[in-house]
Design a protein around this ligand. Structure first.
Ligand code: C5P
Length: 400
């Protein structure tokens, strides 16, 4: 179950052209099991009809502070109290000013004032408005009061201007909601996760790599971020977009991955090496494309550095977790690797199965701990497995 299941989210929609994106936000939040109640401001209703929001949210849309019927059922105080989170997307310059100034002259501004729940603001406005002294100051003051922001993206705005001001991507806004609502079991922890394959060049056009998609490592990084960790993702080449709200370091070769992991993990509490690092690279990289001559070709390979093995020799107080992609004798191979590399735990998966592992969206793993305990995580999405891995690691390794 995702972090949004059963959560009460109040979504404020204010009067900007980006208001239409609120529809997509509602669908995403509801799709993950949240109950969404929308408050539409008077100017918001110029862009979007309450019927649209009501149909998508399957809840009455709250608009009027002075409507006696709706006030008796979903009044401003009960809305403010039952919300686990209040999200305003899009947030206009006007609503930022009202919140900062302590004005409560309509339903949305009143609920903001009355709630103790976290408030996430996703501003969207013309570049010049966003850059104005008033808005800059309002954002700074609201931040200092604990309001959370999802900064607007840069791009072409509806008014034709190009610059910052466009509502952040819906996926980014929803990710912030997940981060705010998730339990903070990894708060204060610095975590480095590696993901994806590495690619070892043979010549300017050819390389050696493997089938790792990066999905498991990216899911682990996202889950750790939601659990409150400070996360750095070190990724080999993948087709995936960088996860939001963390630092992603892109590398290509095993050597580059080692440099990046070493640099990023000096003060880490945990390093989870999920990457399928190449074990061999070309002994020599040809500077020019190797020509075919009709005959065969022997490629000489040299071993790469084993990053985990090196980390295990100078482990310090860091929690070290490896992955073992196996096609047979899973338990024996995984435990052997854990011991040899001096790890605290190893996550083993059977990559001979087509339904899980490489490229798949699903996985099924066993976690072997150095004290002999084994945890099984049955078939689930990689997102779900990632949550399970962190819960297991937290229970066994961090809670001490
Ligand atoms: O020994 P094997 O390569 O199967 O071990 C897999 C684990 O070791 C994974 O966690 C992988 O990220 C890590 N590894 C590494 N450096 C390598 C090869 C593997 O850190 N060169």
């Amino acid at each position: 179950m995702g972090v949004l299941a059963g959560k009460e989210i109040v979504l404020g929609v204010t009067g900007g052209i980006a208001a239409y994106k609120a529809c997509e936000i509602i669908r995403e939040l509801k799709g993950e099991g949240a109950n969404v109640t929308t408050i539409l401001t008077a100017s918001g209703s110029q862009f979007l009809t309450p019927l649209t929001l009501q149909t998508l949210s399957k809840n009455p849309v709250v608009m009027d502070l002075w409507n006696l019927i709706s006030e008796s059922e979903i009044g401003h105080i009960s809305l403010a109290q039952r919300a686990h989170l209040l999200l305003i997307a899009p947030a206009t310059g006007n609503i930022l000013g009202k919140i900062r100034g302590g004005i409560a002259d309509d339903m949305l501004s009143t609920v903001v004032m009355a709630t103790a729940a976290p408030v996430v603001l996703a501003p969207a406005m013309n570049t010049q408005m966003y850059a104005s002294a008033a808005v800059r100051e309002n954002v700074a003051v609201l931040r200092s009061r604990g309001f959370l922001f999802v900064e607007p993206d840069e791009g072409e705005l509806a008014c034709g201007t190009v610059g910052p001001g466009r509502l952040a991507a819906v996926g980014k806004i929803v990710e912030m909601v997940r981060i705010v609502l998730a339990e903070k079991i990894l708060k204060g922890k610095k975590v480095v996760v590696s993901a994806g394959p590495t690619a070892e060049s043979i010549d300017p056009v050819r390389f050696l790599s493997n089938r790792a998609s990066g999905k498991m490592g990216f899911a682990l990084a996202r889950a750790a971020r939601r659990f409150g960790a400070d996360v750095t993702l070190v990724s080999g080449p993948t087709a995936l977009a960088d996860p939001y709200f963390m630092k992603t370091v892109h590398v290509r070769t095993a050597e580059e991955m080692q440099t990046a992991v070493d640099r990023e993990s000096a003060d880490a509490d945990a390093i989870v090496m999920c990457a399928a690092v190449a074990d061999f690279r070309a002994a020599r990289i040809s500077p020019t494309k190797i020509k075919k001559d009709g005959g065969g070709w022997n490629l000489e390979l040299s071993p790469t550095v084993d990053i985990l093995d090196r980390l295990g020799r100078d482990k310090g107080r860091r929690v070290l977790v490896g992955f073992a992609a196996e096609t047979g004798d899973i338990e024996q191979n995984a435990i052997g690797k854990m011991r040899k590399k001096n790890l605290d735990a190893i996550v083993a998966n059977d990559v001979s199965r087509a339904d899980i592992g490489f490229e798949s969206d699903d996985n099924e793993v066993r976690i072997f701990f150095s004290d002999g305990e084994v945890r099984e995580l049955p078939l689930a999405t990689k997102e779900g497995i990632a949550v399970g891995i962190w819960l297991a690691l937290h229970g066994k390794l961090f809670a001490r």
